[in-house]
Design a protein around this ligand. Structure first.
Ligand code: SF4
Length: 686
């Protein structure tokens, strides 16, 4: 294209939470490309998803263009007018509320939507449905981080910026995270740091791309993170590597933790984790003696029935050696989806309003009641993972899902489908006819990130703009307009607002966002701000807990290792764990509509260790049947030694051969996050 034919619109990548900045290239109201620009988290870089997978899906012929209503007798959808569809949705939800009460309804916001859409979804659920039954998909990825970091540090978010933890650091402790595939631009920066001399410790049950660059790879058994972290703490204490001054001045609970970790000798931990005791010692020494060393972790830590305790173990390690509240350190969860940080920030949570303000605090509740002009429920709502069993029991009757596809993403697919089929009424607001939308009574066509204004908050708490690039033909509507219109039809006086007006309303009731506005974002040198940003002069907060933890004193949380809820046995002798690949994003709603990416990675597979493959007489590339207590799928075998013997790994992107028919929905006691990362399975040659 000739440069003068192209209009450039600066925006934020809609895939992962790195929050890369790029220009969408627009010609004749069509998206024709994406080019990386010098954003604070990407410095001009993009991965294949941002470069190629971020615009073709927007113009896909699969886009929903009209509201659809299903005839339950035939199971067929028909096109409907907006008036008919919205009247039906509003009247049905209000009838259910009258019959069964507000707590019979629930609404999920989408962690890929802009903050403004999410704020409006939770506002609708609270003001119109009259319940705190609202959630987002952080429940199944990083709710354990929100809970675990809030309990130990006082704020459930990444402590340090991406640039800070990938540049000029002496060591990186990478736990349960494969950034080259899941957060590729962070992966690139880590690879570069290692090339420049940073030591790398990889703690992961599988060989990942960065393993080859690592000084130490602790290839631990899935589900043994807590034993690993306790072992590290044991060595810190035994070898005098702890920061006594920091512990004395800034923390509490050290004595209790010391008692617990006393038993976690390197040899004991090596046995639990299946690693070498000397490697563990070496890892502890590298991390503890490095001047600057961040812990970077991801779903390998959170998606366990002990996920919250796993996260708190990360805090334990960092606090014990005083590596928090300063540059190049901290505890840093890499959030998954582009705006999953924002979805939590915006209050799509059953226990918190926007800005992590408790629904149980009478003063805070009174503030929101005044701002929104309604009486609000005082009790905590249901977590998303508890909504499904409640639907099966008949307690949840109506569900509104904005942009999530739990049939593909949530564990134990049979259970999710049964739950959705048990509902009296299901509404899905979507771009495409997803597996979940197929089960809906009404489907409402929304708009993509390229067709709207808004903001995303990336993994480092950085609020960045999303800007409208094109207007597509068809009958879809802005998601916020759909929600406002629905609210009016349910009797709440909610005018349509611009994205900027919605942001201002949110900031007016959310202290940690009070200093951020669209106007200010435009003027900032990086066009972004990191919360907390409490007034218009506040510079934002790149590093948290400097000088003082958000909770006052950092809390050491003593926790003991308990095995995963389901371990291999005679019937299901293999262990299955799951993860992401570079070429796709979650359910592939976006990347699955990008030819190049589908050509490289078009179907599901399972990685099997070569010794297991030999025993089962399975060749690389053959079709296999995989069965767990919850379901059976068929997929392609990939034989290698990436996993240990007895362990297998599958990507979670593919509806066909979806690993979530197999995964276990056992829940963590604090955050209600499911144990995706460990279940038992059986593999048979087809
Ligand atoms: Fe998009 Fe993440 Fe890739 Fe950056 S690293 S381009 S945010 S998918």
């Amino acid at each position: 294209y000739r440069s003068w034919e192209i209009q450039r619109v600066r925006t934020t990548c809609p895939h992962c939470a790195v929050g890369c900045q790029y220009d969408l290239l627009v010609k004749d109201n069509k998206l024709v490309g994406a080019e990386g620009v010098d954003g604070p988290s990407n410095g001009g870089r993009l991965c294949v998803k941002g470069r190629f997978g971020s615009y073709k899906f927007v113009m896909s012929g699969d886009r929903l263009t009209d509201p659809l209503i299903k005839d339950r007798a035939t199971g067929k959808f028909r096109k409907a007018s907006w008036d008919e569809a919205l009247d039906l949705v509003a009247s049905k939800f209000m009838t259910l509320k009258r019959q069964y009460g507000g707590d019979s309804l629930a609404g999920f916001a989408c962690s890929r939507s802009p903050n403004e859409d999410i704020y409006m979804v939770q506002k609708m659920v609270r003001t119109c449905f009259g319940t705190n039954n609202t959630d987002n998909c952080a429940r199944v990825c990083h709710s354990a981080s929100v809970e675990g970091l809030a309990r130990t540090l006082g704020s459930g978010a990444m402590t340090n910026p991406i640039y800070d933890i990938t540049h000029d650091v002496d060591a990186i402790l990478l736990v349960g995270s494969n950034p080259e595939e899941a957060h590729p631009v962070i992966g690139m920066q880590i690879r570069e740091a290692v090339r420049n001399g940073t030591k790398l410790i990889v703690v992961d049950p599988r060989d990942i791309g960065l393993t080859k660059q690592a000084d130490i790879h602790l290839k631990l058994r899935p589900g043994t993170n807590i034993a690993f972290a306790n072992g590290m703490c044991h060595i810190f204490i035994k070898e005098g590597l702890i920061d006594e001054k920091f512990i004395a001045e800034h923390t509490e609970g050290f004595k209790e933790l010391k008692k617990i970790v006393k038993d976690y000798t390197p040899e004991y931990v090596a046995e639990i984790c299946g690693i070498d005791a000397d490697d563990l010692r070496a890892a502890a020494r590298i991390y503890a003696t490095a001047k600057k060393a961040p812990i970077i972790y991801c779903l390998g830590v959170t998606e366990h029935s002990t996920g919250t305790e796993g996260v708190m173990s990360m805090s334990n390690m960092a606090m014990m050696v005083g590596k928090i509240g300063r540059e190049g350190c901290g505890v840093n969860p890499l959030r998954g989806q582009n705006n999953v940080q924002g979805a939590c920030d915006m209050g799509a949570s059953p226990n918190q309003y926007p800005g992590y303000q408790s629904v149980k605090d009478p003063e805070i509740r009174a503030k929101f009641e005044k701002a929104w002009g309604v009486k609000l429920p005082a009790h905590i709502g249901l977590h998303a993972t508890d909504v499904f069993p409640a639907a099966i029991k008949g307690k949840i009757k109506g569900l509104y899902i904005c942009g999530e596809d739990p049939v593909v993403t949530d564990p134990d697919t049979n259970h999710v489908i049964n739950a959705l089929k048990s509902l009296d009424f299901l509404v899905v607001q979507e771009l495409f006819m997803t597996e979940t939308a197929l089960l809906a009574d009404v489907v409402l066509p929304g708009r993509s990130y390229a067709e709207k204004d808004g903001t995303f908050s990336n993994t480092e708490r950085r609020v960045q703009r999303v800007r409208k690039a094109i207007t597509l033909p068809g009958n879809s509507r802005l998601d916020t307009d759909i929600i406002c219109e629905l609210m009016r039809r349910m009797g709440y006086n909610q005018p349509n607002l611009t994205a900027s007006e919605i942001f201002d309303e949110m900031a007016s009731v959310t202290p940690s966002f009070r200093g951020i506005s669209y106007e200010r974002l435009e003027k900032e040198p990086t066009q972004s701000l990191q919360w907390p940003c409490t007034d218009q002069y506040h510079p934002g907060t790149p590093i948290m807990h400097v000088g003082k933890f958000a909770r006052g004193l950092g809390l050491f949380y003593p926790t003991v290792y308990t095995p995963a809820k389901e371990l291999p046995d005679a019937q299901y002798p293999m262990m299955l764990t799951t993860g992401r690949i570079l070429y796709h994003y979650n359910t592939r709603a976006m990347t699955g509509r990008t030819e190049g990416l589908m050509e490289i990675a078009g179907h599901s597979f399972i990685e099997i260790n070569s010794a297991d493959a030999k025993r089962l007489n399975i060749e690389n590339g053959e079709r296999v049947r995989v069965t767990s207590r919850r379901g059976t799928i068929t997929t392609e075998a990939r034989v290698s030694d990436k996993t240990n013997e007895g362990e297998t790994w599958m990507p979670f992107h593919f509806a066909d051969g979806n690993c979530n028919w197999l995964t276990n929905a056992a829940l963590d006691q604090f955050a209600r996050i499911p144990e995706y990362k460990v279940c038992a399975c059986r593999i048979e040659k087809l």
